[in-house]
Design a protein around this ligand. Structure first.
Ligand SMILES: Nc1ncnc2c1ncn2[C@@H]1O[C@H](COP(=O)(O)OP(=O)(O)OP(=O)(O)O)[C@@H](O)[C@H]1O
Ligand SMILES: C[C@H](N)[C@H](N)CCCCCC(=O)O
Ligand SMILES: [Mg+2]
Length: 231
């Protein structure tokens, strides 16, 4: 099983868009795919409970049939730091529930189990722990989505450094363009290539507004997942 964790240089850099594109790229290779969003903050209250857009997108592009609560076991309504959203409703996010949700999906033996984080790499899950401490139990390979905007060089290099120091393997990174008008975009990309010692899986152009619902096929076209080994 390819056990992949998708992180990003920040919140709102395209982790979900790229994750759905990755799932689609593996689906094209007839792989059994599962997307997992352990923690979400920013949900709609529906008659079925809290529903998160990222989780719905991952569910839609997973080839294995799943329920939304399998994909996203921990959900909070406000679009804020999840551990604070948890505190607001008298809850504490625990490593156990994140690991249990992942293990239940791993037990389905997909070819690809893709986990999307929330925010950037060093996400607090409570006032004592950050998500990488939990991930060290799951031992995923990590894919970094770089949101191409001013500041991404520092954010990328800090992210790479933290991932490596904490003992994870970087499977690759994706350059995701968040606009069409980033100054010196090509030079920024060249700098990232010079510093990041991991394969560039793809460069995704800015795909216009409302990209999430329409763009997954185009994102998949941009991604070369052949080097991300699937046992
Ligand atoms: N290449 C792109 N072209 C057009 N729009 C994009 C692109 N990448 C991301 N977006 C848009 O930017 C917004 C943020 O992307 P996305 O939700 O994937 O970010 P995220 O990193 O998953 O955020 P979160 O931390 O909330 O999970 C979305 O509206 C998405 O459609
Ligand atoms: C609401 C947002 N879109 C994400 N779901 C959560 C982002 C948490 C960021 C925490 C932080 O690093 O400050
Ligand atoms: Mg997301």
């Amino acid at each position: 099983m390819l056990n992949l964790f998708v992180t990003g240089t920040d919140t709102d850099v395209g982790k979900t868009l790229i994750s759905t594109g990755l799932l689609e790229a593996f689906n094209r290779l007839n792989k059994q795919t599962i997307g997992y969003k352990p923690i979400s903050a920013g949900c709609e209250q529906t008659e079925h409970g809290l529903e998160n857009g990222d989780a719905k997108a991952l569910l839609q592009h997973s080839s294995v049939a799943l329920t939304l609560s399998q994909v996203n076991p921990i959900a909070f309504a406000p679009p804020i730091a999840p551990h604070i959203a948890a505190e607001q409703v008298g809850q504490t996010i625990t490593a156990c529930e994140i690991i249990a949700g992942w293990q239940a999906l791993a037990d389905l033996q997909p070819d690809v189990l893709l986990t999307e984080g929330a925010g950037g790499w060093q996400l607090p899950i409570n006032n004592q722990q950050c998500l990488p401490e939990v991930l060290s139990e799951l031992k995923p390979r990590v894919l970094i989505v770089v949101g191409m905007r001013l500041g991404c060089l520092n954010h990328s290099l800090l992210t790479v450094d933290a991932i490596k120091r904490q003992g994870f393997e970087i499977a690759g990174w994706v350059a995701n363009h968040l606009s069409t008008d980033m100054p010196v975009a090509a030079e920024n990309l060249a700098t990232l290539k010079a510093f990041i010692d991991a394969p560039l899986i793809g460069e995704v152009p800015y795909l216009g507004d409302n990209a999430q619902s329409t763009a997954v096929e185009r994102v998949a076209d941009c991604l070369d997942v052949s080097g991300l080994t699937v046992a």
